[in-house]
Structures are given as structure tokens and as C-alpha cells.
Design a protein around this ligand. Structure first.
Ligand SMILES: [Zn+2]
Ligand SMILES: [Zn+2]
Length: 394
């Protein structure tokens, strides 16, 4: 009898799990108990979360009390960059088995529009998508997550411990996919047929500037570099900081701009000194700075914007000059948001390539680790030298 009672007690304990997120009625970040999720369809997988990465969006949500909680719920679990281990599979699951190392994609399509029905919810046309840890769906700062097989991506051998970097790297993959597709319309400036934008060695003889020195900026620079692109980087981060050290390790030339982006034209001019600046990728979310460099872009170049600024920023600018440049120089300015399963798979492949080329540099990307019980410290942590902050579950 005593044994039975212990088992029952254990089962009751296991039915709830400590989770971290935001509450409808309160500001900031909180810990709360939730029931352990169960498989609800034969194609679902139960994943035990091992590690979650925090990004700028998580800090902004908590810091500015921005939350999107599902109707009928009082809280949302946050955290959308995750790595976990398959614990249990539904009877119709074919590509996973218990013990597999995996990561889970973020966005769930609206189920209404054509892109969502094609698995490209990153191009959703209705805006009625949901996102784990961001919009209406629980994220991963918790012990278990149930997910459809179609939204789970296997971490190949050698990539397991970088699982939390797959989501941010997938954002960079999509941005570079935009670059190549948009630029496929123009001949390569170097004139080498082997360096066409659509070819495998597309990066040779190309030059890029990355704006922003955070995780996304560094991962974008890493992707550009493994593709052979000469890469410049700029941000407000001081020269001696860890982030800049990482950018330099990736073989980027770094130039700092002022706190409000002063000197950005000088940076662009420097990149163009003896080169054609083919690509600019903005990963900082500073709108005025982002728009101010349009008149300095090279001819037939592409500019991909990935930062999403909050609030309002009013500015005065010479709009005639802006339009003149965009039209006269065949410029392409593209917004790129989110990513889909294909970008996650590309990211898993490229993790190995980045590590191979740069001596396991991704080992250095997680600069700070906290336990889930230390979530308040993790969200209060501020340092110019922090690149990726991770929370270990368990
Ligand atoms: Zn849709
Ligand atoms: Zn070339």
C-alpha cells in the first residue's frame, strides 16, 4: 500500500510543471505551475525541453509589458529558441523516436491562406498566425512541450548543443535567401559567370555590410562568411567588446557608429572604397539609421531589413533624394520576417559549416547560462558583452 501511495503522489507531482512567462493581470516575468501537456493526436510528439535562448524580443516583451495571451488563458509561457529531447511519440509519428535531439519551429499558420497551407506561414497573408512563446501559444520556458511532428526539426549529430541557435540562424537564412532571390535579377557585378547569385559559390567577389552586433548580426555575418562574402559589420558596440571580438573572429571588418547612428554614411562609403557593396543587412531595428543609408547604397544592390522597432519615430528627410536613388540605381529594399521549416533545416546544416570554418566559434555564442529557477536574474541581466543568454531546464 505504501508503495502505491508513493507512486500516486509522484504521478500527481508530475502532472504539473514549473513554467515561466507573462500573466494577463500582472506586469513583468513570472513563474507559475501548468499541467504537463499530453499527446492529443497520433502525429504529435512530447518533447522534454533542455535549453531555451532569450532574445531581444523576449526582453522587450517583459520590459515593456507587451504580451499576446490566448483568449480564455491568464498567462503565456515565453521563450521561443529551444533545444529538447523527444520523450514520447504518437503512433503515426514517422521521423522521430524517443531520445532524438530536436528543436521546434515558432510560427503556426492561420490555416486559411495559401502560403500557410503550403508550410510557408512566414509569408502568412491574413496575419492570423500564432507563435509559440510570442503570440497566443505557450513557448518553451517549461519542462515539456507537445508539438506536431511537422513542426519539429531534428538536430543532426554535432549540432545538438547548438539547438537554441537554430531559430536565430534560421532568421539569417531567410534574409540571405531573400538576397539571392532578389539579386538573381541582376548580373553579378564582378562579371564571373561562376559567381551568379543562383550558383553554389554565389558569395565570391561579393561584399556585404551587416548593421547590428547582436546574435542575429553575428549569425548573419557567419553565414555570409561561410559563403565567401567579404563582410563588414557596424553597430554602436565599442571596439573592445566581446561581440566585436566575435565579429572579427568571423573575419569581418568592424566600424563603430555613434549612439544615434552618426557616421553610418562614412561606414557605407568605407565599404565602397574599392568595392561594390552588393548587400546590406539591417539587424538592429533602428529605423532612422536604417532609412538614412538608402541614399548611399551601391547601384543594383539589395538591402534586407529584419529589425522591428517599437513605438513611434518621427524624422525629416529628403524624400526626393530617397526616391531618386532607389529608382535610378535599381535598388531593392526588402523586409524579411520569421522563417519556416526549410530555413530551420538550412540552419542545422550550416551550424556544422560555421563551426568547421571558424574553429567551433558557436561554442562561444552562449555567454551566460541560468537555471529556470533563476529566471528573474536572467531577465534582469544586462551587459554590453552578453551575446546569447540561455536558460537551462531541469
Ligand atoms: Zn496564413
Ligand atoms: Zn566574381
Amino acid at each position: 500500500m505504501a508503495v502505491e501511495r508513493t507512486e500516486v503522489a509522484e504521478k500527481i507531482c508530475e502532472r504539473t510543471m514549473f513554467s515561466v512567462g507573462m500573466k494577463r493581470a500582472e506586469q513583468g516575468v513570472h513563474g507559475f505551475m501548468l499541467p504537463v501537456p499530453k499527446l492529443a493526436s497520433p502525429t504529435q510528439v512530447l518533447v522534454r525541453v533542455k535549453e531555451v535562448g532569450l532574445d531581444g524580443t523576449d526582453f522587450t516583451m517583459v520590459g515593456h509589458d507587451k504580451k499576446d495571451i490566448a483568449e480564455g488563458r491568464d498567462e503565456i509561457v515565453i521563450g521561443h529558441e529551444m533545444m529538447g529531447i523527444v520523450e514520447e511519440i504518437g503512433p503515426n509519428v514517422v521521423s522521430f523516436k524517443p531520445g532524438d535531439n530536436v528543436t521546434i519551429t515558432v510560427r503556426r499558420g492561420c490555416g486559411l491562406c495559401w502560403p500557410c497551407k503550403q508550410g510557408k506561414s512566414d509569408y502568412c497573408l491574413t496575419g492570423q498566425f500564432k507563435e509559440r512563446g510570442l503570440h497566443k501559444l505557450d513557448g518553451f520556458l517549461t519542462k515539456y512541450a507537445v508539438e506536431e511532428e511537422a513542426n519539429i526539426v531534428k538536430l543532426q549529430p554535432g549540432t545538438e548543443k547548438y539547438g537554441i541557435l537554430v531559430e536565430p540562424l534560421s532568421i539569417a537564412e531567410k534574409a540571405l535567401e531573400q538576397v539571392r532571390r532578389v539579386q538573381a535579377r541582376v548580373p553579378p557585378a564582378c562579371g564571373h559567370t561562376a559567381h551568379k547569385w543562383t550558383r553554389d559559390h554565389w558569395g565570391a567577389c561579393k561584399t556585404a555590410l551587416v548593421i547590428g552586433g547582436g546574435t542575429l548580426g553575428c549569425l548573419t555575418a557567419a553565414l555570409l562568411r561561410i559563403n565567401g562574402v567579404t563582410t563588414f559589420a557596424t553597430s554602436r558596440t565599442p571596439e573592445e567588446s566581446f561581440k566585436v571580438k566575435m565579429l572579427r573572429k568571423l573575419g569581418c571588418d568592424y566600424m563603430r557608429v555613434g549612439e544615434s547612428g552618426e557616421g553610418i554614411e562614412k561606414v557605407v562609403e568605407h565599404c565602397q572604397r574599392d568595392r561594390h557593396l552588393d548587400i546590406i543587412i539591417e539587424a538592429a531595428g533602428a529605423s532612422q539609421l536604417a532609412l538614412s543609408i538608402i541614399p548611399y547604397m551601391s547601384r543594383s544592390s539589395v538591402y534586407v531589413l529584419t529589425g522591428i522597432p517599437r513605438g513611434e519615430q518621427l524624422a525629416t528627410m529628403d524624400t526626393n533624394r530617397l526616391l531618386r536613388h532607389i529608382v535610378r540605381y535599381n535598388q531593392a529594399i526588402v523586409g524579411s520576417v520569421n522563417s519556416n521549416r526549410t530555413h530551420f533545416e538550412m540552419a542545422v546544416d550550416d551550424i556544422l559549416k560555421i563551426n568547421e570554418k571558424f574553429g567551433n566559434i558557436l561554442d562561444e555564442f552562449v555567454t551566460n547560462r541560468f537555471k529556470l529557477s533563476e529566471y528573474k536574474q536572467a531577465f534582469a541581466y544586462e551587459s554590453k558583452d552578453a551575446l546569447k543568454i540561455a536558460i537551462e531546464i531541469d
